[in-house]
Design a protein around this ligand. Sequence first.
Ligand code: NIG
Ligand code: FE
Length: 432
Amino acid sequence: MALSAIPSCDRLWINARLATLEPAGGLCGARLEHAIGVRDGKIAAIVPMATHSPLRAPTEGWSGEGQGVRVGSTETASDRPEIIDLAGAWITPGFVDCHTHLVYGGNRVREIEMRRRGVAYAEIARQGGGILSTVRATRALSESQLVDAALPRLHALMAEGVTTVEIKSGYGLTLEDELKMLRAARQLGSRLAVNVTTTLLAAHAVPPEYAGRADDYVTLICDEIIPAAAAEHLADAVDVFCENIAFSPAQCRRVFEAAQQHGLPVKGHMEQLSSLGGSQLAAQFKALSVDHLEHLDADGVRAIAASGTVAVLLPGATYFLRETRKPPIELLRSAGVPMAVATDLNPGTCPLASIRLMMNMASTLFGLSFEEALIGVTRAAAQAVGLADRVGTLSIGKQADFLVWDIGDPAELVCEFGVHRPRQRVFRGDIT
Ligand code: NIG
Ligand code: FE
């Protein structure tokens, strides 16, 4: 491969196999025997190696070899990009964990033990435990204490290859405490090599001060919390928990209307424990995503298919709650709804900081193909957080967030758990 054929780059990985995760091409948009170059933190070149390259042994099933040169600019070659020879290693996009609650205080291990003895999650919530016990622990911490508490969880995700993470509020439930959580999330993003997108989830539970007055709390959310979060640019989206133990569809509609007035996209915890039609409501607001979905029905699937809303699957919560009901995967698949996969990392329903485990569970518990699971933590997850134009695939012009793997087949990343660690984690073009 002549360097002159490549646009100017700061760094170039050669002899790579790329799982671009673009829709075109073979499985996972694979490009064998390619080079990928980065400049100024972005992907600047994706170029086939010369046909006489010694790497001529495509893995069975991974087609896409020689599907054409993709060059992002016509500038002349840079003098000396740093060259990294991967000798056939695979590159995937960095993983996007599009649904987490990883900023919180305390833990719920005692309560979870009660659940293991047979007390239901909803029953514990009704008794003032559940989300509200984490609210007490979260209110007690300062912003910097919340950052410290979240760091090990975020480091665990990053070590597995997460380069973009969505972080929700929802354990503060006052104006000050919700903003404190969002500020902690923003701080994590500015301190660590990871893109953080923030979501205001004030409509997560009715706080004790508003017990029996849920509508008044919704008024506080709409009139004070959303406007303040929007004014300080602390939230990239607004979420709700639409459920019998949380907020009704009518209350969620009010929250969505307020979000819309402030130019914020919406999403929702929908049809997790029962079917209230939250997904149809979300679809009316062109929600970025609806998440959980164990009780989603055919009408809900049709609605989100029409609105271009992503279905976010959270198999870790299904597993941890020992739910036997699964989201309607076949209906979603045949309706062409993009399916993302995320951790839901939180102290109550999924204290499991592993996107890799979720990929495996999405396949083992929900029946996603290995390719669907990989799409679920890359391209579809990027769409679920509204960042499809910046991350989620190896594409010219996107942020250079990717992972180098010593594997023979990307399916191993889904099928095998605990075996593979990224050889390199690249964030905005830098090896981190
Ligand atoms: O996504 N469903 C609602 N919210 C979280 C659970 C939060 C908690 O129990 O602390 C979820 O599963
Ligand atoms: Fe959640």
